[in-house]
Ligand binder design. Structure first.
Ligand SMILES: NC(=O)c1ccc[n+]([C@@H]2O[C@H](COP(=O)([O-])OP(=O)(O)OC[C@H]3O[C@@H](n4cnc5c(N)ncnc54)[C@H](OP(=O)(O)O)[C@@H]3O)[C@@H](O)[C@H]2O)c1
Length: 307
């Protein structure tokens, strides 16, 4: 049964996924507690103004994390992208161990859709599968989500949008599954409200699936000027091991495994499409990437799904 009296502790609430999750949990009626590094920073103060309880701490202070988990019903765990693999595994496993020790009733970990069930032997690609395995071994009710590539990643400067192109990882006729960060919060709110259904489950999540050509068509419609989709050149992929790894994964690895979008819509009836995301949350980022004036309603909260 859902216990809406005890809080859910959210990590990364000043960032993309955690911000989306904190907002969606609040909307669903949960008390939300956020572990933040700087409780007087602008992003933290916004969370506080929205009614979120702040606890100051960091991944380097496990005593603060232990205290923050005291009395929590649930935990949402996400780790920043720029960590060394060993640190990511250390932090990710420690958060789950402490949650089990603290008697947390439902632990939700956001991994990544490139995390396959087979290890690659490359530490940075294996960090999330190692964290996932540790979580599953604990005496802890847990749900692991594996978000596909964020829509936000396609609408950034440097990908050709200012020249009427979008250059990315897939071939024009190949499809890519994308997740709107705003949908992650809604998935997690649904998961937290139904532990009986979701505990013990690992699932890829996505908002939409489009070919490269369809990406170009959606961008063209929203931008009001032609945007042609192209794949990165073989030279660019050969020179960047991470991009090449993702391109292979999209071709026939974990990122190519089809997410059931009907199931996603059943879990989150407000699921965004790439086009509806571009028209709302993504509008400001698109304008910036195209070098055109920002839309007046776009702001940082839009990116984090806070509005
Ligand atoms: N990009 C994609 O397409 C994609 C897709 C699937 C999964 N992922 C995964 O998503 C994860 C990143 O999530 P995100 O994009 O939501 O991250 P994000 O927006 O960069 O936010 C990171 C959050 O972590 C906090 N943080 C950083 N260092 C910390 C520390 N030492 N102690 C406590 N908190 C700390 C940050 O707080 P401050 O505000 O204090 O900095 C911020 O709230 C990565 O694991 C990545 O692999 C990414």
């Amino acid at each position: 049964m859902t216990d809406h009296k005890r809080p859910i502790l959210v990590f990364g609430a000043t960032g993309r996924q955690g911000g989306s999750v904190a907002k969606a949990l609040m909307k669903a009626g949960w008390p939300v507690r956020a572990l933040v590094r700087n409780s007087t920073g602008a992003a933290s103060l916004e969370l506080q103004a929205a009614g979120i309880e702040l606890v100051e701490g960091s991944f380097d202070d496990m005593a603060a994390i232990r205290a923050a988990m005291t009395g929590a019903y649930g935990v949402f765990s996400v780790l920043p992208a720029n960590l060394e693999a060993d640190a990511e595994v250390d932090y990710g496993t420690s958060l789950a161990t402490i949650a089990a020790e603290a008697g947390v009733e439902h632990f939700v970990y956001s991994s990544g859709a490139s995390a396959g069930n087979q290890r690659t032997g490359v530490p940075r690609f294996d960090a999330k599968p190692r964290i996932e395995a540790h979580i599953r071994d604990l005496p802890l009710a847990s749900t692991i989500i594996r978000p596909t590539i964020f829509m936000e990643m396609l609408v950034r400067p440097g990908l050709g949008l200012d020249e009427g192109r979008l250059v990315s990882l897939i071939r024009p006729e190949q499809s890519i599954q994308l997740t709107a960060v705003a949908d992650i919060g809604k998935f997690v709110a649904a998961i937290c409200s139904d532990k009986a259904r979701f505990a013990g489950i690992t699932m890829k999540v996505a908002s939409d699936r489009l070919t490269g050509r369809e990406l170009g068509a959606a961008l063209t419609r929203v931008a009001g000027r032609p945007i042609i989709y192209e794949r990165f050149s073989d030279e660019v992929l050969a020179a960047n091991a991470d991009l090449a790894h993702m391109a292979r994964s999209l071709e026939d690895g974990p990122l190519s495994e089809r997410v059931d979008l009907d199931l996603m819509r059943e879990i989150n009836p407000e699921l965004l499409t790439f086009q509806s995301w571009l028209e709302g949350f993504g509008r400001k980022a698109l304008a910036e990437a195209m070098g055109t004036p920002a839309h007046p309603s776009g702001d940082r909260n839009d990116q984090r799904g806070l509005r």
